[in-house]
Ligand binder design. Sequence first.
Ligand SMILES: Nc1nc2c(ncn2[C@@H]2O[C@H](COP(=O)(O)OP(=O)(O)OP(=O)(O)O)[C@@H](O)[C@H]2O)c(=O)[nH]1
Ligand SMILES: [Mg+2]
Ligand SMILES: [Zn+2]
Length: 292
Amino acid sequence: MQGTIIKAIAGFYYVKTDEGIYECRARGVFKNEGITPYVGDEVSIEVTHEGDMEGFVTEITRRSNSFIRPPIANVEQFAIVVAATKPKPNTLTIDKFLVMAEHSHTDIVLIITKADIDKSGNAKRLESIYKSIYPVYIVNAKTGEGMESLEEVLKGKRTAFAGASGVGKSTLLNRLHPEANAQVGGVSEKTKRGRHTTRHVELYEMDFGGQIYDTPGFTSFDILEAEEDELHHMFPEMRPYIGRCRFDDCRHLEEPECAVRAALEEGLINESRYASYRAQIESIREEKKWQY
Ligand SMILES: Nc1nc2c(ncn2[C@@H]2O[C@H](COP(=O)(O)OP(=O)(O)OP(=O)(O)O)[C@@H](O)[C@H]2O)c(=O)[nH]1
Ligand SMILES: [Mg+2]
Ligand SMILES: [Zn+2]
């Protein structure tokens, strides 16, 4: 029987099939090959006892993509969720996630939550950084403001919500799909951080068509697989300038006659985005240093 893994907890995989949801374990062969089934995987299962809704995952269909943190497969679109405040947005964190999504060629949208309690104008500031690069949605999940246009872009796609703990991913999911009834947590008054309420990934089917992965807030990142020489391609606004610098292998750092830095000077590339690019080049170099 064929199905989709919609939830994975402690070695059990919940596989949605035409006959219902089966609780499955993975065949030992996966472990031998170092393969872990992920939420979003299309799988074949072998039912152990008819009527018991239990079985084994026997085969994983070739993935279009997969990620380690969060552990998900076959993502068509990433919705990077960021709160205007509480927790305070961090552009480097946002840009790291965007690079990960670019690297795997998914569609990308940015969702800004908690505009209702944003007194410092963060929502507008974030919007002005990103709106020329990605579709940006400002929403208030409490009142439902901005949800209709968000639904449009989620329709018919498999979208993964990703973002720090406490930004409101599960709250958004519940708004879009009340039956999900996902647990929602507070934000610590003291640290202004989320409480890691969502503990495992789950894939939900939307009534308006499409699916959403709710994921736990991250504290660390998926391994950055981008190479130093390809990182600039992961910043869409830099692409027009690639190949127009004096040096073919220009990394746009200190090199003379750099088209990217010229664009930065002219305000065509945002400073915070460029700062993220530099920071990521440095961390790639740092990692390389330890590999030898
Ligand atoms: N004022 C306001 N509060 C919001 C909004 N969205 C979410 N919240 C609140 O933010 C808190 C955290 O929401 P969650 O949905 O649990 O956040 P999460 O991103 O799922 O967090 P993790 O599961 O820990 O990753 C809750 O107290 C929500 O009520 C919003 O648009 N406005
Ligand atoms: Mg959550
Ligand atoms: Zn350059």
